[in-house]
Design a protein around this ligand. Sequence first.
Ligand code: ARG
Ligand code: ZN
Length: 416
Amino acid sequence: ILILAIGFTLVASAPEKPPVKKSYRGHKIYKALPGTRDQAELINRLEVLEHLGVDVWRRPKTPGQEVTLSVSPRARGNVERFFKQHAIPYSIVIHDLQSMIDSSYESTEATSYAFSLTQYNRHDDINDWLDSTASSCGSRCSIENIGTSTNGRTLKVIKIGKSSSSNSKAIWVDAGIHAREWISPAASLYLIDKLVNSYNSDSTVRSLVDAFDWYILPSSNPDGYEYSYVYDRLWRKTRSRNSGSSCFGADPNRNWDYKWMLTGASSNPCSDTYAGSIAFSEPETTAMKDFMLSKSSSLNMYISIHAYGQYILTPWGYTEDLPSDYNDLEYVGNEGAAGIRGVNGRSFTVGSSTRVLYAAAGASDDWAKAVAGIKYSYTLELRDTGYWGFVLPVSQITPACEETYAGIVRMAQAIM
Ligand code: ARG
Ligand code: ZN
C-alpha cells in the first residue's frame, strides 16, 4: 500500500515539473504602433495565434500607443503578414528572448538557495523568511496561513500592526497574483522588511505601523510562480487542471466574482486570460477573498502589486465609468506617484484601469471596492515601461523596491 501510495504521488505531481525548461531561443519581441482605432482593435485578433507562440504582453488602449508582443519562430511569418496586411508599422526590438531572460536572472540561479531581498526568491524560501521575520518582531507581528494552492503550497499572510482591536484601520497588500511578474513579490518583501525592522529607528515606519494593521501576502500564486521559476519564465496563470482541456491554469486576476467575464477575459482554458470555469474556481483567489471578507470592516486600502507599465490603477476595470468617489482615489494615487518619482525620478501614470490601460473584468481591485467595500483600491504596475517587461533584471530589484516602498508610504499617509 505504501509503495502504491508513493506511486500515485509521483504520478499526481508529474505534470507540475516537466523534465525540460521551456526555451525562448529565437523568440523575438516586436513593437507595433497602431495609428487608428481600427488598427488598435485588430491587434486583439492576434490572440488566435496564441497556440503558435504569440503572446501579447501589452496591448494598446488607444491609437498611438505601442503594443509589445513576443513571437515564436513558428508564428513569425503569420505575425509579419498580419502587420503588413493591415499597414501597422512594427519593428523587432529583441532578437532572442532567451538571451534576454538569461541575462535578467543569471545571478539569481547562482544563489538560489540563499534568501535575499536583492534577489528573486523561491516560494518556500519566502515563506520561511516570513516565519522567521514574524518571530523576530514579537507581538507586533503574526502569521496566518489563509489557504492552500492547487498543488499544496501555503498562502502565508504576515500581519504587522500594534493594535489588537478588530475595528482598527487596516491595509491589505498582495503580490505575485501573476506568476511571471517577479518584481512584485520582491517589492512586497522589501515593504515587510521595512515595516518590521525599521520600527524602532524610523519614525515614518513607526507611525504607519501604529496607525494601521498591515496584512501582506507576498506569494499569491505560488504554483504559477514556481512553475515560472522551474519551467516557463513567462507563465502567468495558476496551475489548476481544466476539465476537457490539456491546458493548465486560470488567470487569477480574471477570477473574482464581480462582473466576472464581462469584458477582457477569455473562456478558453488555453488563453492567458482564461477567467476560470466559474468565479472563484481557484483555491488561491478563494482563500484571499475569504480572508479579506473576514477583515473587510477594518480594511481602508487594498493594494495589488503587479508588473509592468508604471501605473497606479484605480477601479473600475470593467467600465469606462468612474467610481463616484474617484477624486479621492485619484488624490491618493497622485500622492503615491509623487512618492515614487521622488526616489529615482520614474513617472507612474494614475488613472482608472479601463481609461489608462484596458478593460478587464473579474480583477481583484474591482472586487475589493465593490464587494468588500474597501474605498481605496489600487493595482500597482511596477517597472518598467516595456524594455525588459516581465523579465526585469536582478540589478533593478533594489531601485524598484525602494520606489515602490516610497509610493505605498505616501498612499498610506494620505489616507491616515
Ligand atoms: N495588468 C492587470 C491585469 O491585466 C491589470 C488589472 C487592472 N485592474 C482591472 N480591474 N482591470 O490583470
Ligand atoms: Zn499582473
